[in-house]
Design a protein. Structure first.
Length: 112
């Protein structure tokens, strides 16, 4: 898990743990992710917006983020339907009609 400050472009490691699905104490990938979010949120005093790749597009992760009122963005493939103003809509259609006031690119460079 990494962090980037507003207006910044330096990537800061925030959380890292190795786990194995074969380990006796392993519960699930969802639990690993929720534990990471809980620990980093506590260390950061609840500050920040969680930005999660498409693999995080799961109800098991949405529910605790919503329950704790943590702001988040999840990258969608565009084929998910969500409720918007009481009607179903594809995320790709909504995104295409959403003005983007701010944009930035963060590039991770590997040494060598």
């Amino acid at each position: 898990m990494i962090g980037v400050e507003n207006e910044g472009n330096e990537i800061t490691p925030l959380y890292d743990v190795l786990y194995s699905q074969g380990a006796a104490d392993f519960v699930s990938e969802n639990e690993e992710i929720k534990t990471a979010i809980t620990k980093v949120s506590a260390a950061r005093g609840g500050r920040g917006v969680w930005v999660i790749d498409q693999g995080g597009d799961r109800g098991e992760l949405y529910s605790p983020l919503l329950a704790k009122e943590r702001p988040f963005i999840v990258r969608q493939k565009g084929d998910r339907h969500i409720l918007c103003r009481a009607s179903q809509a594809e995320t790709a259609v909504l995104a295409a009609n959403c003005p983007m006031v701010y944009a930035t690119h963060i590039v991770r460079e590997e040494p060598g």
